[in-house]
Structure formats: C-alpha cells, structure tokens
Design a protein around this ligand. Sequence first.
Ligand code: SAH
Length: 229
Amino acid sequence: MSFRATVLTLYPEMFPGHLGVSLAGRAIERGDAGIEAVNIRDFATDRHRSVDDTPAGGGAGMVLKPDVLAAAIDAVSPEGDPRPRLLMSPRGRPLTQARVRALAEGPGAVIVCGRFEGVDQRVIEARNLEEISIGDYVLSGGEPAALILLDAVIRVLPGVMGNAQSGTHESFETGLLEHPHYTRPQVFEGREIPAVLTSGNHKAIEAWRQAQSLELTRERRPDLLGPED
Ligand code: SAH
C-alpha cells in the first residue's frame, strides 16, 4: 500500500518541488508515495477561467470561489475516497508529529492550497476540509505548507528512512527536543566532543543524551513539558 497525495493548487508546477530529490524522491520513484498536482483553474467555468472574486462585505484582496474549488475536490476525490481532505491555513490546528504519523498510516490525503485572502468558508464546511497550519506566520500561498506537510509524512512512511532507529529518538517523537550531535574530528576549532560520547559506556551516553534533551526542552520549549506546578 502506498501513500497517495493529490494537491489542489493554482501552481501545479511547484510540485513535487524538493520532494523530487533525496529520501522523498526515492520513495516516489519506488512507488511508496505518489504526489499528483491538479490545477484548480481547470475547473473554472467562465470564459476568463476565474478562480477568485472580491470578498463579500468588502476589504482587500480576493477569495477563492467555492463552486470552482468544490468542483476540483469532487473531481479528484469522489464520494467513497477514504483520504482525509486538508486545507493548508494559518487558522488551522498547528501540525504536529502525531498528526504526521497518523496521516502516514492512512491511504494519503487530498490537500487544498489556498491563495489570496483564502477560500470561501462554505466550501470548507461543505467538503469537510480539515484546516492545518504549519506555524504562526503567514505565507503567500498554501503550496510551501503542503510541501512541508508531505515532507514530514513521507519521511516516516515504512522503509523511507534508511535506519529505522533514526526517527524514534527524534525531536517531538519523545515529547522532547533532541540532544545535540557530534561527529569527527575529535577537536574542532579547539572544541572537544563531550568525553562521555567517546567513552564507550552506552548507559552513560544514554543518560547524558536524556539529560541534554530535558535541559534543552526546558530552556527552549517549556510548553512541551506541560504546565509547571
Ligand atoms: N488572509 C488569511 C491569510 C491568507 S495567506 C488569514 O489572515 O488567515 C494565503 C494562503 O496561504 C492561505 O489560504 C493558506 O493556504 C496559505 N498559508 C498561509 N500561511 C499559512 C500557514 N501558516 N500554514 C498553512 N498555510 C498557510
């Protein structure tokens, strides 16, 4: 079974983008993941092929038309398609590693990329779109957000990461940020690799990494540790 993503966008040429190389590129080549980009504009019906219109109530910018977007969604994801329908949106629930894992266990996703001011609220409701944000900042379009979501999902698909161990210790997988890493040379610009890491004492190494993880998380992301009492 492979993970199949269909991305609805006004800029299909942005896909597969960086997902065409390295780990994700090889997963796509093997057929473990598939990314199909479909142009929302192909579903416009007027002679200007318009996809957007002015906001009801006035104000700046344009809004993606619900009828055009609904037609696009219905064409790529007819009733019975088991894939969740996502809308990249700064108003969405923040993407987490847990959501990434859950998506990777499923059949794929239909991902809508917004542009302009966003999409008409009625199509979000009528097509049951789950809004997902990649962070508290505003992009000019949903495409980079979709690429980031897909990067995170494809990375955890079975068989994609060479070393299956790598992944389980990663930041967020344990609820903590990851410990620092070191590699040769032993001395770099006068800085030594922490002695414990070259001691060969696996128990001590594990304890050191755990302590570093905890300290780093306390310092940078105390929110991950939950409320203090
Ligand atoms: N007016 C909107 C922002 C629109 S940005 C607002 O204030 O909420 C245009 C499009 O970029 C959005 O429709 C969405 O698809 C995408 N986008 C922007 N920021 C994003 C983020 N942080 N996460 C996911 N998608 C985002």
